[in-house]
Design a protein around this ligand. Structure first.
Ligand code: SF4
Length: 434
């Protein structure tokens, strides 16, 4: 029997899409199953498989996939690049989920720059860099389209200097082309170099305020995979139905702890992706959807959605201290996620502090100057005063380094939100900067 696929109506920032099909309908891959409202900020949703609609709820559409699937798809109908991007349902695939057409629908009036965010900042995730190594021309073409749409005079591809092979592949494509200026900007290997305002700061030398938009710096920032999918929407008239992703951690085959999958059909379950990766190991701590810093706990039944970049089976939780204090970063795990980890450690939370650069903006926190530590001693001392015997932190690389310079000296062992994921793939944990 075919596999059940789930397409949530809201996989993006903005309004929920409205179902365009009913239970019992036979549909094909690439067929729209839900439309965004004409004047809403939102995104269309497409079926990534051919099959039969088994259920339509207020939240999602379920499709029982035919046993045999083809790779072709129903093509988009629009006839201009921006309209194709809007019709395709494309959103920020790096995790933000902001509808891409809404980023591109206001052309620059004077000099503007489109920046491709290819930082792939979260540890463990590799799918963006591997895709660039294989198809650098797709990334460059996607950037050219975006630049044309917003009439940008130049483009920048921001990528970490450690990814030498991907950088060389991009430079080879750039050397063979003419047209508007596109350059590569090399980023340091630190977290969170991929935060939107950090990318702008590094590339343009402008530090935007926490409530500012990239347009205030004359910039638009687009994630690397999103840029590649722009090429597909415009040149191939392909709706957003497939996603690249990394599956990693405590897998049965411990020689393949990090695996990259290309063009995974959206709506597939987390459990199916783990099976494709050879299956879960007998013991693991938790399943994370996303990266180790900002990912959320998930389950085998959850669907892969537009913003899913990774599925990580983390190491088993050690027995934590009786009392633990939390230190929250704007660019890492939030308070709720740290509380969840503390509970899994078997620890009682005795206090919660926030990095002083973390400011509430709408429902989230934003960092004043991402990745540049403002000092953490006061916060660590406050947690000790509140009764903590250890601290659990979600800080960036630079701030974790600062915490390590004071917490152990105060008798407080340090746990980091990324520990379980990094230990599961035998990578160095976030502590002191080397
Ligand atoms: S400075 Fe503070 S809020 Fe900003 S990234 Fe580092 S820990 Fe997070």
């Amino acid at each position: 029997m075919g596999e059940l696929f789930c397409f949530p109506l809201k996989q993006h920032i903005g309004a929920k899409a409205a179902p365009a099909i009913v239970k019992g309908d036979t549909i094909v891959r690439g067929q729209p199953v839900a439309y965004k409202g004409q004047n809403d900020l939102g995104a269309n949703v497409y079926s990534s498989v051919s099959g039969i609609v088994t259920e339509v709820t207020d939240e999602a559409i379920y499709v029982l996939a035919d046993d045999e699937q083809k790779s072709d798809y129903r093509k988009l109908k629009a006839d201009t690049p921006l309209a194709l991007i809007e019709e395709s349902g494309l959103v920020g695939l790096g995790g933000a989920g902001f509808p891409t057409y809404a980023k591109l629908n206001r052309p620059f009036e004077k000099d503007g720059v489109v920046i491709v965010n290819a930082a792939e900042c979260e540890p463990i995730l590799e799918h963006n860099i591997r895709a660039i190594e294989q198809k650098p021309e797709q990334l460059v073409r996607g950037l050219e389209i975006a630049m044309e749409v917003v009439r940008a005079g130049r483009g920048i591809i921001a990528i970490k200097e450690i990814h030498e092979k991907a950088v060389a592949a991009i430079n080879k494509v750039l050397a063979a082309r003419n047209g508007r200026e596109i350059t590569v900007h090399l980023l340091k290997d630190m977290y969170p170099m991929g935060e939107e305002r950090a990318v702008i700061r590094e590339c343009l030398g402008t530090l935007l305020g926490v409530e500012s938009l990239p347009s205030e710096a004359g910039a638009i920032v687009i994630n690397a995979e999103t840029t590649c999918r722009i090429q597909e929407a415009v040149d191939l008239k392909k709706p957003l139905i497939d996603k690249n992703m990394t599956v990693a951690g405590k897998l049965k085959d411990d020689r393949k702890q990090i695996q990259v999958f290309y063009d995974v059909p959206l709506g597939i379950s987390v459990g199916s992706m783990l099976k494709r990766a050879g299956g879960l190991a007998d013991d693991y701590g938790e399943l994370i959807m996303g990266g180790p810093f900002t990912g959320k706990r998930t389950s085998p039944d959850a669907p892969v959605i537009k913003t899913t970049g990774g599925i990580i089976a983390a190491e088993c939780f050690p027995k934590g201290p009786q009392k633990i204090g939390l230190l929250v970063c704007a660019c890492g795990a939030d308070q709720k996620r740290l509380e969840e980890i503390a509970e899994s450690l078997g620890s009682e939370v005795t206090g919660c502090e926030f990095c002083k650069q973390a400011h509430p903006v709408k429902a989230a926190l934003k960092c004043e100057n991402p990745g540049k530590c403002p000092g953490q001693v006061q916060k660590v001392m406050a947690l000790k005063k509140a009764g903590a015997e250890a601290i659990l932190i979600s800080n960036c690389t630079d701030c974790s380094n600062t915490v390590m310079s004071c917490a152990p000296g105060l008798g407080l062992p340090v746990y980091h939100c990324t520990d379980g994921a990094l230990r599961a793939v035998n990578q160095r944990i976030i502590r002191k900067i080397r």
